[in-house]
Design a protein around this ligand. Structure first.
Ligand SMILES: [Zn+2]
Ligand SMILES: [Zn+2]
Length: 213
């Protein structure tokens, strides 16, 4: 876990899907998604190296009886872009499936609050997808970003475009108990030159984009 956290702080995307989210500790919850298609042990590094079974590592969580968590007698290691890419596609590794709904894995930011079950959409983007409807056709909206870096909402059905408002961001932060990732304070949405961003209520140098919360 220490290595994973270190990798994350260097900007490496670390994701995992699992069967038993509620039994995880907080560290693992922060990077894991509940998924009912997490049925075999597979570790993927950089979309290039695949381990079927756990690679020998101090990272491997021990099993209940304290033994190293090697599910297969001989873990299999595959290296190579084309093979790795095929496994990726066939196994739909970039998606998680829970309650019949398939969603893409995305890095978790912010917090889903006390009712985090690992299934709920994460972050502001997930919140938009679940709660914002297109005013023209009532289709689902998705959060997108233009070339200038401004975030906006786009209808997945008719393509209608709407502003991402401060109200939407503030509402999301209040219902999901989102706090400043740096110091833990409450935050407020502000409008700047490049659209809405979020500023910490305690320290104005703690600012974050809509895709970081
Ligand atoms: Zn629409
Ligand atoms: Zn702060």
């Amino acid at each position: 876990m220490v290595e994973l956290r270190r990798a994350r702080s260097r900007g490496v995307e670390v994701l995992s899907k699992c069967f038993n989210y509620s039994e995880l500790n907080q560290d693992w919850k922060a990077i894991s998604w509940q998924s009912n298609d997490a049925v075999f042990p597979l570790v993927v590094l950089d979309g290039m190296i695949y381990w079927y079974g756990m690679p020998a590592s101090k990272m491997a969580p021990p099993t209940e009886d304290g033994l190293p968590a090697t599910t297969l007698e001989t873990p299999i290691r595959i290296t190579g872009f084309n093979t790795a890419n095929m496994v990726w596609t066939l196994a739909k590794l970039d998606q998680r499936k829970s309650d019949e709904a398939a969603q893409s894995l995305q890095e978790k930011h912010g917090s889903t609050g006390p009712n985090d079950d690992g299934k709920a959409a994460y972050g502001l983007a997930g919140y938009v997808k679940e709660h914002e409807k297109c005013p023209k056709c009532h289709g689902y909206m998705t959060m997108a970003r233009n070339k200038r870096g401004t975030h906006y909402l786009r209808c997945l059905r008719c393509g209608n475009v709407e502003y991402l408002t401060k109200q939407t961001v503030n509402h999301y932060m209040s219902v999901k108990y989102v706090r400043c990732p740096t110091c833990g304070s409450t935050m407020s949405a502000c409008r700047g030159r490049f659209g809405v961003f979020v500023m910490c209520d305690k320290n104005s140098r703690h600012t974050f984009g809509p895709d970081q919360i």
